[in-house]
Write a protein that binds this ligand. Structure first.
Ligand code: SF4
Length: 329
């Protein structure tokens, strides 16, 4: 029997990203391994400084080469990203994988119209004539449900509302029909109602286009709307990984439990207090030898301070790194 197992679109192995400055080394990502299947949506969640955005940007090699040391293996759609020349990398960005950010003004140049910028991007990445690129840009604006797309082609970024700019940025990112979308907190700066509209739009586009998505967020509520699978990050490592429903029903890492308990949707009744996670995230220039969560963890033991826990399978698709599992679950 010939069982064909499709290759994952993303395969990251033992990724480390360290930033060097004159006085210190920031160990932002420390041995991350992650796969994303074709058509799958994976959320990386954690507090600021957990390494999620640094991991995401590494997939497109967006960090300054002079001050960044990256180790490990990154394969996207079968291509080795770490060894790509700058010209291959430039073609790869936008055509195979594309990125959207928290602030769309970072993606757009204020002195050109939105249409001009999408058309230029399409001409460069899809190698089309100006006339054909304009048609693709218009179609991209339609696909993200922007009203009056012909008029929006002629608008400058500052003439759009925050939600519309976010839609325009998604149109820019998806115009050349990449197979992988990297989304770095794309809804964080938006009002709650616009946030949900953008999340639903991304979910619809994912299904329509068969897109794979890696979605970075500190908001587990956003992850619930978009993710098939969740990887929880702390101190530059993945500490728990599971399908969304499994993670919500059976969180096993004390940090995941704390994150879930600190959201208002987590079963808060009138008059009860919202849980918070005591202490603050670790200093990435002075990470401890053992578990980085030890200073904030009520289960911490001497073993936790001495070595980082290995990855344990809770069930076939559910993994956790905690010395005190299953007691901590
Ligand atoms: Fe807490 Fe120890 Fe588990 Fe880290 S390894 S989360 S300190 S119990």
């Amino acid at each position: 029997m010939n069982l064909h197992v499709p290759q994952p679109i993303v395969s990251v192995r033992d990724l480390s990203v360290h930033f060097h400055s004159a006085s210190k080394i920031i160990s932002a990502v420390n041995g991350v391994s992650l796969t994303v299947a074709r058509g799958e949506s994976v959320a990386l969640i954690g507090e600021s400084g957990s390494g999620k955005s640094v991991t995401l940007r590494s997939l497109m090699r967006l960090h300054p080469e002079k001050t960044t040391a990256i180790k490990g293996r990154i394969e996207i759609d079968g291509a080795d990203v770490m060894t790509m020349s700058s010209s291959t990398l430039s073609a790869f960005r936008g055509s195979v994988t594309s990125m959207i950010f928290q602030e769309p003004l970072l993606a757009f140049d204020p002195v050109y119209t939105v249409g001009e910028q999408i058309i230029e991007s399409v001409r460069r990445h899809c190698r089309l004539s100006r006339k054909d690129a304009r048609a693709v840009a218009l179609e991209a604006l339609r696909s993200v449900r922007i009203p009056s797309p012909e008029q929006r082609l002629e608008a400058y970024p500052h003439e759009m509302s925050g939600g519309m700019r976010q839609r325009a940025m998604i149109a820019l990112a998806l115009a050349c029909k990449p197979r992988l979308l990297l989304a770095d907190e794309p809804t964080t700066a938006l009002d709650a109602t616009v946030q949900i509209q953008i999340l639903l739009l991304l979910r619809e586009l994912q299904r329509e286009m068969g897109l794979s998505i890696i979605f970075v967020t500190h908001d587990i509520g956003a992850a619930v709307e978009i993710a098939d699978r969740v990887a929880v990050m702390y101190g530059g490592r993945i500490v728990e990984e599971a399908p969304l429903a499994t993670l919500l029903a059976n969180p096993c890492h004390p940090y995941t439990v704390a994150l879930l308990s600190s959201r208002p949707e987590g079963g808060l009744s009138k008059g009860s207090r919202l849980e918070t996670i005591p202490g603050s995230p670790p200093d990435l220039s002075r990470l401890p030898e053992g578990c980085a969560f030890a200073a904030r963890c009520k289960y911490a033991s001497e073993a936790c301070k001495k070595s980082f826990p290995g990855r344990v399978a809770v069930s076939p698709e559910h993994y956790v790194s905690c010395h005190r599992f299953p007691e901590s679950a």
